[in-house]
Design a protein. Structure first.
Lengths: 366, 252
């Protein structure tokens, strides 16, 4: 139910039936988006050929065997399809973590990007790529994925750093949190740039540009399914915690009165969302604003109840990122626009619009 | 439920707010807590409902020390309506009231028909059933306080704590809210600013001054000209109306 029908502050609430219908519609849209988006791209491949490849790979239908290899097969199955899966995973992860962080810090402005967690993750990744920091410790255990481990450590350190700084000299509030996020983010970016500047390593510089601008191009079958599974699992974990997330918005006092001590939960949620963000940054670099814009857009229509907000955001985020990635692939001829740039270009103005058009809060009326 | 407060002391930094509070509230009694600003009423109530932890002393519910209970257990025994809550988010009235079921729920358990029924009954009690699909933040202050009371009722606790719940409400809502609470027949501990309201509803009144209990007893015994002069430094006159109810008039 949209908010258009309201008058005199009277607002109808979304019923369970409407919620179910919207969920089903979004699932269908997601499926359609997967199937349609896969036909877009620079390579000139007909729609029929695309689906022939899918018919062979997914459904194992007879008669499509000649699509089991060759350049068309490779473009569709090795390049495009994993990329769509990665877009879904990142869209889910960023939107859901945005929702959770906004509840954890009780501040509608929180998001992995604003709080500096993305910058922390990309600093970790940069240090790993440039200097092999951590490769000695993690290289043996995790092999080449020590870059991901460093991204995770960077994400964790910054998220706790930001919380710690914002709590200096009294309890944290909205303003302090945002400012400490900005400060930590600036420090991380500065170190990332400094490291890049002194390293004089062109290959590494290129891959760091990838981290800071964000791209889904590196998707391959080796890890997209694991990443997707992680994001979906994280979403279900947070979905199951909807009651506590709702309580977080009411504040610590009310939560104690209603029988829940939030302080430990807050750390747990922050660790889990930092983990998801680190995975997202590891596989797609820093993509800002998704965690801010998607939750706000969904709240405008469906309210703040996390029981609904979390699954809705996951689906909307996934669909949004699929199409953002399609746009990145086709806007420039024979080249690709990094998705982080595109989303910031769209996301920042959207965010300004959201802020200006309504009283600012957790989707609250004035 | 019987509530015992024993030798409770509490400080903010170097500033001691509660300097050894002792009292007992008997089952199903309506107790009013009065005292000037800064006398420690809110602090005392917060210690009882566990938002603040006493430095010394302890609080017991039916003889069981509250500090040793899980939060969920104490939330099944005590519900709280505090001073006006400003929430700025899109929860519906029903969603806010259903949160009162949280202490009764296991970690992954969802709200069921029984919970909805309890929430609906609570809304009916506070005359807000028609508002259950409205957005909480669009309600007036008085309506919001009644919804918060409904949430407290949904917790189904034997004891209710009110921290000046009628602050900022006009007289209609003040009386309405107190009437509803009085009819619940629960153990009630309420901080009250308005002495006439305290006199109307309380079985017993505890007077707090400088972090200590200065006086306690029935309203008529406690609310005297001398006490009001000592506590608030105001001249007053106590009069009875034709029904025999006491009223306090403040003089210049």
């Amino acid at each position: 139910m949209s908010r258009k029908g309201k008058n005199n502050g009277e607002t109808r609430v979304v019923t369970t039936l409407e919620f179910t219908i919207v969920m089903v519609v979004l699932l269908v849209l997601l499926l359609l988006s997967i199937l349609t988006s896969i036909t877009f791209g620079n390579a000139d491949i007909s729609v029929k050929e695309v689906y022939s490849v899918l018919a062979n790979e997914i459904l194992h239908l007879k008669g499509f065997e000649n699509y089991s290899q060759g350049s068309i097969h490779d473009v569709v199955w090795i390049i495009r399809f994993p990329r769509v899966i990665l877009a879904i995973a990142i869209g889910i992860g960023l939107s859901v973590c945005g929702v959770v962080m906004q509840a954890v810090v009780k501040n509608p402005l929180a998001d992995p990007y604003v709080l500096g967690i993305s910058s922390g993750a990309s600093m970790g990744a940069t240090l790993a790529i440039l200097f092999g920091v951590g490769s000695g410790i993690f290289g043996g255990i995790f092999g080449s994925s020590f870059v991901g481990v460093m991204a995770f450590i960077g994400a964790m350190v910054t998220s706790f750093g930001v919380l710690f700084i914002s709590n200096i000299g009294g309890t944290s509030n909205a303003g302090k949190l945002i400012l400490s996020g900005m400060a930590v983010s600036a420090v991380c970016s500065a170190f990332t740039n400094f490291a890049t500047y002194i390293a004089h390593n062109q290959n590494a510089t290129l891959s760091i540009t990838f981290w800071t601008m964000g791209s889904l191009a590196s998707a391959d079958w080796d890890d997209v399914l694991i990443i997707l599974a992680l994001m979906i699992a994280g979403t279900f974990v947070f979905w199951s915690q909807y009651r506590n997330l709702n309580l977080m918005l009411l504040g610590d006092e009310t939560a104690v009165v209603l029988g829940t001590d939030l302080s430990k939960l807050r750390n747990k949620y922050l660790i889990l969302s930092s983990l998801l963000i680190a995975v997202a940054v590891y596989s797609a670099g820093t993509i800002g604003f998704v965690g801010l814009v998607i939750p706000h857009a969904v709240r405008m229509f469906y309210g703040t109840d996390h029981k609904r907000l979390i699954p809705l955001c996951a689906l909307v985020g996934a669909i949004f990122l699929i199409w953002a990635d399609v746009a990145c692939r086709i806007i420039l001829q024979n080249a690709e626009l990094p998705i982080g740039i595109l989303i910031s270009m769209i996301g920042a103005p959207c965010f300004i619009y959201l802020m200006a058009s309504r009283s600012y809060g957790f989707g609250g009326e004035r | 439920m019987q509530v015992n407060v024993e030798k409770v002391e509490l400080s903010y930094g170097a500033h001691q707010i509660l300097k050894g509070i002792d009292f007992q509230v008997d089952k199903k009694k309506f107790v009013g807590l009065i005292g000037p600003n800064g006398s420690g009423k809110s602090t005392l109530l917060k210690a009882i409902y566990r938002v603040l932890k006493p430095d010394k002393g302890a609080i017991f519910l039916n003889g069981e020390e509250i500090e040793k209970m899980p939060y969920k257990t104490s939330a099944k025994k005590l519900a709280v309506v505090s001073q006006h809550n400003y929430y700025n988010f899109d929860f519906s009235v029903m969603q806010v009231v259903l949160m009162g079921r949280a202490p009764h729920k296991k970690n992954l358990e969802r709200d069921n028909a029984h919970d909805y029924e309890i929430a609906q009954n609570a809304l009916k009690t506070v005359n807000m059933l028609d508002f259950s699909n409205r957005i909480f933040s669009t309600l007036s202050g008085g309506e919001q306080q009644r919804v918060i009371l409904a949430r407290a009722l949904t917790q189904q606790t034997p004891c209710l704590i009110l921290d000046e719940p009628t602050n900022h409400l006009d007289i209609t809502y003040q009386l309405e809210l107190m009437d509803i609470v009085k009819k619940l027949n629960a153990t009630v501990i309420s901080a009250i600013h308005d002495l006439n309201i305290a006199a109307m509803y309380c079985d017993e009144i505890f007077v707090l001054k400088d972090g200590k209990i200065y006086e306690k007893g029935k309203p008529r015994e406690v609310l005297t000209r001398d006490l009001i002069k000592n506590i608030y430094n105001v001249e007053s006159q106590i009069v009875d109306d034709q029904d025999g109810n006491m009223h306090i008039l403040f003089l210049k």
